[in-house]
Structure formats: C-alpha cells, structure tokens
Ligand binder design. Sequence first.
Ligand SMILES: *Cc1c(COP(=O)(O)O)cnc(C)c1O
Length: 425
Amino acid sequence: MTKTEAHSYAAQMDAKDTLGVFRNRFHIPLHHGEPVAYFCGNSLGLVPRATADVVQDELEDWKNLGVEGHFHARKPWFSYHRLLTDSLARLTGAKPHEVVAMNSLTANLHLLMTSLYRPTADRYRIVIAGNEFPSDRYAVESQVRLHGHDPEQAMIEVAPDPGTYEISTQRLEEAIAQHGESVALVLISGVHFFTGQFFDIPAVVRAAKSVGAVIGVDLAHAIGNVELHLHDWDVDFAVWCSYKYLNSGPGGVGGAFVHERYAARPDLPRLAGWWGNEESTRFMLQHGFEPTYGADGWQLSNAPVLSMAAHRAALDIFDEAGMAAISVKRTALTGFLETLVNAAFAQYPIGACITPRDPAQRGAQLSLRFEHHGREVYEKLLQHGVIVDWRTPNVIRVAPAPLYVSFADVARFYDVFLTILSELP
Ligand SMILES: *Cc1c(COP(=O)(O)O)cnc(C)c1O
C-alpha cells in the first residue's frame, strides 16, 4: 500500500467513524505545536478534558466543607467508590457487588492471592504465562515464599510455542494438566503486556477448574481494551489498574473482581482494613473484623477521592461509547495498522509483528520485533511526534486506542515509519 492509498483509506474510515467524536474529549499532547500521534494508551492513557473539572469539584467541596465533605460533599466521599461500581461491572462483565475500585493493581493481586492462594504440601503450584510483567512475577514469587515454598518448584511459567511468541491455549492446558492437582492457582493476563496476545480466558478457566485450581486474571492490558465477561466465564478473581486504556491518570486507583461465590465468606483469610468492614459497624471501634458483602469486603482504606474523581470522569466516556462500539473500531484500526506494518516490513525486512494475527486473539496493541536498529527506529518515531514505546530487548509496542486514535494517525505512523526504515544504513 502506498502512503497516498493509506491516507485516502484513512480519510474514508474517519469520515464514517461513529466514535470519531470522542477524540475531542481528550487532550492530545503537542509536538512542535501539532498534536502527536499517540500510540501509548496501553501504558498511560490520555487525560479526558472533563477530568480537571471533576477533580476541581472535589477540591472545591474540600475547600468549603472540610471534614464535612465525607457526608455532605455533592458526591459524599464516604461512599465515593460506589459511584464507580456500575461502570466497572459493565467493563468487566460482572455483577456490581463483584467489583470494587481500590488500591493499586499489585496491592490487589497480593490481597486476593492472600485469600485465594492457600497452598498445602501437595497443592502449591502457580501456573503463569511466560515472560509476564515483572510486578506479577514478583508478587507470585513472594507469595510462594511467604507460604514456605520454593519458587523454583512452585512457579510454572508456560513458555511460548516453539519458534513463536504466542502461548497457545493448548500449551496452557497441557501445562495445567501436567501439574494436575499440585496446581493451586492459575494466574494469567487477559492481554499479555509484551506480545499483545488476548488469551482465551474461558478455556483457561475450564483447564484450571478441571484440576481444582483457582483462576485469577490480570486485566492491566485488557480492561477498556477488550470485552470481558468475568462472571459468566467463572473467573475467581481479577485485578486491574486504571491508567492504561481506562485513561484515569498516572498511578490512578486500581480495581478488583471477586466472584460472588466468595461474597459472603467471612471464613476466608484476608488482610483486613476498616473500609472492608461492614458499614454499619465500621465506626463502632469494636473488636473483630466483619467483612462486608462482596468485593467491597477486600477494601483496606478510605477512598482516594481525587484519584477516583479522575476515574469517574474517564469512565463516563466508556459508559457513553460502550465497549461493543469500541471493539468494532479497535478491530478495524488495529487491522489497518497491521496491514501497513506488514507492507513496511515486506519492503524493509528488519522485523516482524509478533502479536497474533487473529483479531479475536488480540486487543489494540501490535508488538513489532526488530532484528536490528529497533531502538533507533523507536527514537526517530518519537522525534517525529509518533509516540510508541520500547520494550527491551527489541520490541516497539504500538497501541491505537480507539477512543482518541484516528485512522489518519495510523496512516501518519506509516508515513514516518516508512521514511525511517528507508533511511536506515
Ligand atoms: C501495568 C501492569 C502492572 C502495573 O502494576 P501497578 O501495581 O499498577 O504498578 C502490573 N501487571 C501488569 C501485567 C501490567 O501490565
């Protein structure tokens, strides 16, 4: 495809894009006075224009009400987290009492592993995907040690299929079956951070349950990116952060899903805090923790309202746009990017896309692996106002988040990418 053809296709697609209007809801960073082409929404989503006002409202209430804001703010802080519940339930395919906005991703992973990774002498292994995000690996390793097991024995990392970067469902199933009843927990990403692979979560759930293991899912790269049905899929627990596809700000409040079968299980061990206690007795300063019903029972502390206000503003956009429409655009936009990347690599064979080709097995991210000159290509893209990210040793990740990336942005990526490749020594 020529650059001209790419631009004319992009113009047609943008003209009929029903989500195109949402681009204006965001601040797009500038590069030499012009908006960048932003492909890093998988790492840090852009700030919605509405966020400043929503956060400002809370600052105003704080200014005017002080401590009274807990109950008398326009949106009382005491129950602020509940304003996020319905939107999070829609995004994850959960019942409202199965989700809660709280803490950060890694903290939530620890909290839920504390309750649901209960190893014994015979059943203690944790199966995870290979090359997982460091925080997840550290969390798993430290939980294993906390229970007195040896990570060398207990952590089963499933490597990609030979000669590829994908970890097939079959490979995951085989690893789970092979370790059978010694598996206590299967922990997978919804979408793998490095390769962009969207796992077949229902199949992995079935495999985990068939050996009697608990199944947890890390949705860092999946929430707000792909459609999820955690309740129907029968996932036991899931955790996420809100600053990637959810556009809720750096270090923004995370979230968790706990299947309703654990909603009323005061017997489950947990690391408790006052905000997880039953509301009616929370302030009575009595002894004995009484967990509140559902995912709320895992909360530790009172809600970080400023961060939650930014989250609220960002979730409004998802409620309005809907994941179904986002998914349709994501498929078209990512497919267009893939066509262009393949055309560029056909002309300059120094790399390849390692993300699955099947649109059902990926979200909005393509990972490009370079034989050489990868870092240089990455730096030059940035110099041209095309924002992507670099993962050592040799991968550029390009994520066209559908809410604010246009088809024209993708055509612009192609222009710059082709020029850079043509100028390499
Ligand atoms: C982004 C990401 C994290 C980040 O964890 P925080 O606790 O939010 O810092 C963890 N795991 C995965 C897979 C991620 O992609």
